[in-house]
Design a protein around this ligand. Structure first.
Ligand SMILES: [Zn+2]
Length: 45
């Protein structure tokens, strides 16, 4: 499960089980990261 930071664009891979129910803080800034369920979109431009 990948997480991304909308503020600085950092990405991190973390276990969904470990992060379930928790907010993931960005390692590079104080903002929360958002889960990135769809990482490799074949049709993404
Ligand atoms: Zn960040």
């Amino acid at each position: 499960m990948w997480w991304s930071c909308p503020e600085c664009g950092s990405y991190a891979e973390m276990s969904g089980e470990e992060t379930a129910g928790f907010a993931v803080e960005c390692p590079d800034c104080p903002n929360p990261m958002v889960s990135q369920w769809v990482w490799d979109e074949p049709n993404a431009a």
